[in-house]
Structure formats: C-alpha cells, structure tokens
Design a protein around this ligand. Structure first.
Ligand code: 5IU
Length: 256
C-alpha cells in the first residue's frame, strides 16, 4: 500500500487524538525524527532529552533499563517534553494477556500509563493486549509491532497483515505501527527503527537503513534513531543533522 499525502492532509484522517497531536508537533517543529534514548541512568536520559528536545517529535524510552528511575526523574522528563514539545514513547512492547498487561501498564514501579504519550504492543497474544491498554488510559496512543528491524525476526507477511487488521479494529486507540516503511493506509502513522546515516548493523542482529531510504523510498513517517545520535560526540548537532535528513526526505517524497 502506498499513498502520497502530506502530514497536513493526513491530520484529520487520524482517529486517535495522540496521533493527531503527534502530527501537529511534526508540522510545527518540522521534525519527523524520534530519538531512542537507550541509556541506563536518569542523568543521561534527562541530558539527552534536553540536548535533542528541540529537534525531535518523539523521545523513545526504555524505563526498565534506567537504574535510578524515580518519580522526580519522571516529573523532570515530562517537564522537558512539555517545554520542548515532544511526545514520550515508552517502548515497552506489551505482549501478555490483557489482565497482566493492564497491571504492567498501570502498576509496578514505573506506572507507565501515568506519563507515557505512546506505548507499543506485540499482537502475539491477540486483541486482549490492545483492549487492556485502551481500557487503562485514553491519554496514551498505541503502536502495533507489524515489522521489526532485526535479523531473522518473525514479524513478516501474515503476521504483518494481522497487525494491520487489529489496528483497523481498534482505530480509536491504535494510531500507527512499528514497521520498516508505509505498509498501509494514510490514516495510520508509520515509525521505523534501525535508522542510521551509515549503513550496517551491530553484533546482535540490528540492521540499519539510512533516513533517505526509510522516509523517501520505504515511505515511513517517523525515523527512530538511537546510537546514531546517542553515541555522537555532539548529540545536539547530530540530532539536527538527522532532523534535516529525515525532513528533507519527507519533503522530497511529498514533492513540495
Ligand atoms: N527497536 C529496534 N528495532 C525494532 C523495534 C525496536 O531497533 O524492530 I520494534 C528499538 C531498539 C532501540 C532502538 O531502542 O529501536 C534502536 O536503537 P539503535 O538506533 O541504537 O539501534
């Protein structure tokens, strides 16, 4: 499936309000860049959020790898998200039965439902996972994993199609996918991880594609960049470079 509509044209097509808010931010900041902050201390997480904040639409977190997470850190992160205008995407990849997912989403020591704007879910356990997330918070938009960037992953063909089917069924809550590009209709938003200006991968199966290919050719919407920015000597400058590369690829694709 392929379309050539702009973010402006798609805004009113998105059913979920977090999805619409995301496109408003994307347009206002001219940024379709998400940064993956895979770091292990709250100090690093917060410093990344303030360094790259002006250049991103989304900050993707893995709170369970932060060794000193607490409520104050959470408040500071939310504050940075408000002042720099980005959404917080907790990459929790919920995958259990609905009842367990509800507890994981709302409880534990992270209380993800209280601060995350976006979370994602595997479809392996069936629609109950989505139902639980939707029931627990109407403030949090959901992305479904339809494809993955890692070598040998099983999210292919029929599995991908099933994710699309689930998304359509829960379009009030699900506003997009983790996928390698545009795999469906313009009323969903496509997020792609495994993005880096230098092609290649890592020693554990990650496979990188450059922004131009991801946004321009594979027609994804939001590029998720982790180590390409996190490991740069100047993260702010790297974020600006990626912001421009991703936005230019979008503008070229749309033909404006
Ligand atoms: N991530 C992937 N691939 C996937 C999914 C998630 O890389 O298919 I779903 C996450 C893992 C990490 C980030 O948080 O995206 C990519 O980071 P690097 O750009 O550092 O590889």
């Amino acid at each position: 499936a392929s379309h050539n509509l702009s973010f402006e044209q798609r805004l009113s097509m998105i059913r979920n309000k977090v999805g619409r808010r995301l496109l408003e931010i994307v347009l206002k900041k001219q940024s379709n860049l998400a940064v993956a902050a895979d770091v292990t201390t709250s100090q690093e997480l917060l410093s990344i959020a303030s360094q790259v904040g002006p250049h991103i639409c989304v900050l993707k977190t893995h709170v369970d790898i932060i060794e000193d997470w607490n409520e104050t850190v959470c408040e500071q992160l939310v504050h940075l998200a408000k002042s720099h205008q980005f959404l917080i995407f907790e990459d929790r990849k919920f995958a259990d039965i609905g009842n367990t997912v509800e507890l994981q989403f709302t409880g534990g020591i992270f209380h993800i439902s209280q601060w995350a704007d976006i979370v994602n879910a595997h479809i392996i356990a069936g629609p109950g996972t989505i139902q639980a997330l939707r029931k627990a918070s109407e403030h949090c938009g959901i992305l479904l994993l339809a494809q993955m960037s890692s070598k040998g992953n099983l999210a292919v063909e029929e599995y991908t199609q099933k994710a699309i089917q689930f998304a359509k069924q829960y379009e009030d809550a699900v506003f997009g996918f983790i996928s390698m590009g545009c795999i469906g209709e313009p009323n969903f938003i496509y997020f792609t991880p495994g993005v880096k200006l230098e092609k290649g991968g890592d020693s554990l199966g990650q496979q990188y594609t450059d922004p131009k290919t991801v946004i321009g050719i594979q027609k994804s919407d939001i590029a998720i960049v982790g180590r390409g920015i996190i490991h740069a000597s100047d993260r702010k400058e790297a974020a600006l470079t990626y912001q421009k590369a991703c936005w230019d690829a979008y503008v070229q694709r749309i033909g404006k």
